[in-house]
Design a protein around this ligand. Structure first.
Ligand code: GRG
Length: 300
């Protein structure tokens, strides 16, 4: 019999492969003009990354018996927004990094202007994918999905969190201030992944939606606590991005505020509360529990 861990690995590997194919198909062809921009977009998205956001889309999709095709498009939109954020975050005007997913960053491999445009074009392509395919039953729900993605990506979500992050370098944030920044910068897109997956199938009732949203917020924050821990504990080769950057850049993190031990405890508490929020769903939430476990116990 297959162990639970192996089963999750098989499931997640299959989704990662499907996502690679779907993303390869929805991204513009490198054979078509402007070729260099298209190449940069494909370089940023394909052949790397854990695909955590699509895994959450698929796991939430299991709650609502969503079709694989719908989940692939929703997952692609999220992964394109995520890739755009990484391309821009790595640029000299922001985090100024040379390594991402074990490869030179986009502005190093191409050039700064191309990296800027590739990020811009990935962002708009994400909305094109979500608007241009049938990802749920009703048109009004599709509009709601577009709004969720826009809100999670913009000033009230990821971009806003990044602005607070840039403004807080060298400052002593309180824990609530740090949490607020991370809920926006990383948590918002993780939360959107769970919510979009749940829109792809049979609609949940209000109470169920509220419980799922609670799970999504908690696991989004847990993702960032673990990211802060890994930045201290893991090495560059394992992460595929430069380790130790938070301390080097004098950035406030869960580890700098709480220390490693308490940061680990915080991640465990968030995981427990997130799992608790899923109790109403029973066995249907098995994949969500597994992805939550992966997020909190990953090594990279
Ligand atoms: C530029 C608008 C704008 C936003 C950037 C998300 C973000 C905001 C910056 C990325 C920098 C960073 C390291 C954030 C911490 C959490 C995070 C998003 C890590 C990378 O995500 P993973 O671990 O990466 O899911 P992979 O490569 O596996 O997809």
């Amino acid at each position: 019999m297959m162990s639970a861990n192996n089963d999750f690995q098989t499931w997640s590997f299959a989704i990662q492969q499907q996502m690679e194919l779907t993303l390869g198909a929805v991204l513009p062809s490198p054979a078509v003009l402007p070729q260099r921009l298209h190449e940069a977009m494909r370089y940023a998205v394909l052949g790397g990354g854990k695909r955590v956001r699509p895994l959450l889309v698929f796991a939430a999709g299991e709650l609502v018996e969503a079709s694989v095709e719908r989940l692939q498009y929703a997952g692609s939109a999220l992964e394109m927004i995520h890739a755009y954020s990484l391309v821009h975050d790595d640029m000299p005007c922001m985090d100024d990094d040379v390594l991402r997913r074990g490869k030179p960053t986009v502005h190093v491999e191409f050039d700064e202007a191309t990296a800027l445009l590739a990020g811009d074009a990935l962002q708009t392509a994400a909305f094109e994918v979500l608007a241009g395919h049938k990802v749920c039953d009703k048109a009004e729900d599709q509009v709601a999905m577009l709004k969720i993605l826009a809100n999670a990506s913009g000033a009230a979500g990821m971009a806003g969190g990044q602005a607070i992050d840039l403004a807080s370098v060298g400052k002593a944030l309180t824990l609530p201030e740090l949490e607020h920044m991370h809920i926006l910068k990383t948590g918002a897109l993780i939360r959107a992944s769970v919510l979009l997956g749940s829109y792809c199938g049979t609609p949940l009732d209000g109470g169920q939606r509220e419980r799922l949203d609670r799970f999504a917020k908690l696991i989004g924050l847990a993702f960032q606590v673990v990211d802060d821990i890994l930045d201290v504990e893991a090495d560059t080769a394992t992460l595929g991005k430069t380790a130790g950057k938070d301390a080097a850049n004098d950035k406030p993190t869960y580890v700098s505020l709480l220390g490693l031990k308490e940061a680990r405890e915080r991640a465990a508490e968030l995981e427990a509360s997130a799992l608790d929020a899923l109790s109403v769903f029973g066995e249907r939430a098995r994949r969500l529990r597994e992805v939550a476990h992966f997020i909190v116990h990953r090594a990279f």
